[in-house]
Design a protein around this ligand. Structure first.
Ligand SMILES: C[S@@+](CC[C@H](N)C(=O)[O-])C[C@H]1O[C@@H](n2cnc3c(N)ncnc32)[C@H](O)[C@@H]1O
Length: 211
């Protein structure tokens, strides 16, 4: 039988487990800057989901802000590092190892979703992922999303090389047309988020609320 060789997107767990094998945290242990700047949309005690949370920098920081945090990622090695980071910081996060298509998404359950650099998703997977994110938020719940724009292909300082995985303002405005868009910006910044997101970057950030 002919089969195509695995790619980072067809064998995500293996690809990411290899990346996360190093002792260092690929994206650092500090939260993403967009998330840190906008996390005030949530109040302590509220329930938040971190999608594809990797080595836990975002979920652990949010738990430290007093939120009740669920987090999942496809890479067990990343989640093991996330658990270690939570223990080191004395916080509790409900972690699970799962592909985003297999996560048991609850309906109308979360006050917030953090989707930070989840551009592993091609257009078909992204459509499913965004639909899950929308339905798992309670009415009034807020999504914080950060990604790269196509200009990032010039900078090559992080993110996938496929333009179809990247976001534009128009694309996110259409995808979240049924949400109240509170903030949506394309911007550039110097990122220092571990070795993997480092340097001049073409970014986009979204804050959107379920109606
Ligand atoms: C660029 S990293 C970002 C990690 C984390 N959100 C952060 O900001 O530090 C992308 C993450 O997506 C995870 N991932 C890739 N494909 C996935 C899938 N199909 N389902 C769930 N997680 C996936 C990887 O394991 C990796 O942790």
């Amino acid at each position: 039988m002919n089969s195509l060789p695995p790619t980072p997107f067809t064998d995500a767990a293996d690809t990411w487990n290899r990346r996360f094998e190093a002792e260092a945290y690929c994206f650092g242990t500090e939260p993403n800057a967009w998330l840190r700047e906008h996390a005030g949309v949530w109040q302590p005690g509220q329930r938040v989901l971190c999608v594809a949370d990797g080595e836990g920098r975002n979920s652990v920081w949010l738990a430290g802000q007093g939120l009740r945090v669920d987090a999942f990622d496809v890479a067990s090695v990343g989640v093991a590092k996330a658990r270690a980071l939570a223990e080191k910081n004395g916080v509790s996060v409900n972690f699970s190892v799962t592909d985003c298509d297999a996560y048991l998404w609850p309906q109308s359950a979360y006050d917030g979703v953090a989707a930070i650099f989840v551009q592993f998703a091609d257009p078909a997977m992204r459509e499913r992922l965004f639909a899950h994110i929308k339905h798992c938020l309670k009415p009034g719940g807020t999504l914080l999303l950060q990604g790269y724009t196509p200009k990032q292909l010039d900078y090559k300082t992080g993110g996938p090389p496929q333009v179809t995985h990247l976001y534009t303002e128009a694309m996110l405005r259409e995808a979240f047309a049924d949400f109240e868009v509170i903030e949506l910006h394309e911007y550039e910044a110097e990122l220092t988020e571990g070795d993997h997101h480092h340097g001049r970057s073409a970014l986009i950030g979204l804050v959107a609320r379920r109606r």
